[in-house]
Design a binder for this molecule. Structure first.
Ligand SMILES: *Cc1c(COP(=O)(O)O)cnc(C)c1O
Length: 446
């Protein structure tokens, strides 16, 4: 029987079975709404993103001073948007046969200063927001108009040395909180899941961050960190499963991307659709970015999350409607993946439900492909990104290899304009990976 003639219930059953069997799927979100309707239901607004951006601007003089690599961008932590025509050619070549139409770009968050990953957006934003609150209350700065470089004065340092930051992480969030927290002077504790790479722990320890290791997964590391922090009045826990601040920090990316698109004369409208593919772990980073993009660019941006076949926690939560009340382990998946940043068994407690009206769909990818994409990108463009990040490269490939994606383009009347389309692969991490590990990863086959 043709899939087309199956009822939606049967389709859902097949999808669920495929997810359970770790088969690659493309799920189109039927709950997506036009922007004006989606925004009405949204508890966060564009002004929340604007105020997050304003906060980052207030901190820019301090960031510039604490992290000299940001001097050129005046203390704004941002990454380039670049066209990757040779990657497009490689994906379209006879071996992979992707047939991508339009232009292929990459958003290089792997090059974000300070933390080398997308976590430099949400993670550092929440550290700064908390710091601002404490600093005003503690008299380190007088007001939002004060000179934020005072944070680095001896009095400022002494003040923050009495405060603690804690976070649970698979690696990169720990790096962003640990590095930025330590620079401000906090005592910083990172609760690391068993998936975290050894070099990430070593890097943190070298910055004076305390690393607590767990044998279990991300959910366990977060639960332990949260409980430890709750027992200590001087400690603040950055809660990746619940935090609106993290989410808003990620959303600022969209406002800045809008500017980059304009600078590079990339139009986004009905005749020029924009497709964005973002790797998804707990959901904060891709959720925040998607929310922001729909706010700033409207209905003609189409955002897809990409998850590993063994850890599709956001997809499972959305398809079942159970969100964070179901884990991938509940349906017999391992939650284990070489994409360490995406090794999350249970999604964020709020992102799934919140992002549903804004999201186009979710795609899953097998680990085996991540390393093929990594080599393809390296060989074609000389860009290195870490395995989690490579998941996004599967987006434009799946776009041209799946009936579901073809139906999406047909239903949204996009086919006529696909030659004018822009595809953005959101590269989420990689620049801090040490050279020997890079070589190991580039040679890896699973
Ligand atoms: C954390 C991370 C993601 C996904 O972000 P979530 O907020 O966990 O969904 C993607 N790529 C990399 C490299 C990451 O570190």
């Amino acid at each position: 029987m043709e899939i087309d003639s199956l009822s939606s219930l049967e389709k859902r059953e097949i999808l669920f079975k495929d997810i359970k069997n770790a088969i690659e799927v493309e799920w189109i979100n039927t709950f997506k709404l036009p922007n004006d309707e989606a925004i009405i239901r949204s508890t966060l607004t564009m002004s929340d993103v604007d105020s997050a951006e304003a906060r980052l601007r207030r901190f820019a003089p301090f960031i510039r001073m604490a992290f000299p690599e940001t001097i050129e961008d005046k203390g704004i932590i941002e990454s380039p948007l670049v066209e990757v025509p040779d990657l497009k050619k490689a994906l379209n070549s006879s071996k992979l046969d992707a047939n991508i139409r339009g232009k292929l770009y990459m958003k290089l968050d792997n090059e974000l200063p300070v933390a080398g990953s997308v976590k430099a957006r949400g993670g550092i934003y929440e550290v700064l927001k908390h710091t601002e609150e404490l600093a005003v209350k503690g008299g380190v700065i007088d007001s939002y108009e004060d000179d934020y470089c005072k944070l680095a004065s001896p009095a400022g340092k002494a003040f923050f040395a009495t405060k603690k930051l804690q976070v649970g992480s698979t690696g990169n969030l720990g790096l962003s909180i640990g590095i930025s927290g330590a620079a401000i002077g906090y005592e910083t504790i990172v609760h690391m899941s068993s998936d975290a790479a050894e070099w990430k722990k070593e890097l943190l320890r070298s910055k004076g961050v305390r690393v607590v290791e767990y044998g279990g997964d991300y959910t366990e590391a977060v639960a332990n960190g949260r409980a430890d922090s709750a027992n200590d009045p001087d400690s603040y826990f950055i809660d990746d499963e619940k935090s609106l601040d993290l989410f808003l920090g990620y959303a600022v990316a969209a406002k800045r991307l809008q500017k980059q698109l304009r600078q590079q004369h990339i139009t986004v409208d009905k005749e020029h659709p924009l497709f964005v593919y973002i790797p998804c772990g707990v959901g904060g980073a891709p959720g925040g970015i998607t929310f922001g993009l729909r706010q700033f660019l409207g209905n003609h941006v189409h955002c897809f999350f990409v998850e590993p076949t063994q850890a599709p926690c956001m997809l499972l939560g959305m398809v079942t409607g159970l969100y964070n009340n179901i884990s991938v382990q509940d349906i017999g998946l391992s939650g284990k993946t070489c994409a360490d940043g995406l090794a999350v068994g249970r999604p964020s407690a709020f992102v799934g439900d919140f992002i549903k009206p804004f999201l186009s769909g979710i795609i899953t990818v097998k680990d085996k492909r991540l390393f093929e994409y990594m080599r393809l990108l390296w060989n074609s463009e000389r860009i290195f990104i870490e395995p989690s990040s490579c998941a996004a490269i599967h987006g434009p490939y799946a776009m041209t290899h799946s009936n579901e994606m073809a139906d999406y383009c047909y239903d949204n009347k996009l086919n006529r304009n696909m030659d004018n389309a822009t595809h953005i692969i959101w590269a989420t991490g990689g620049s801090l990976v040490p050279e020997d590990i890079r070589q190991e990863l580039l040679a890896k086959r699973v």
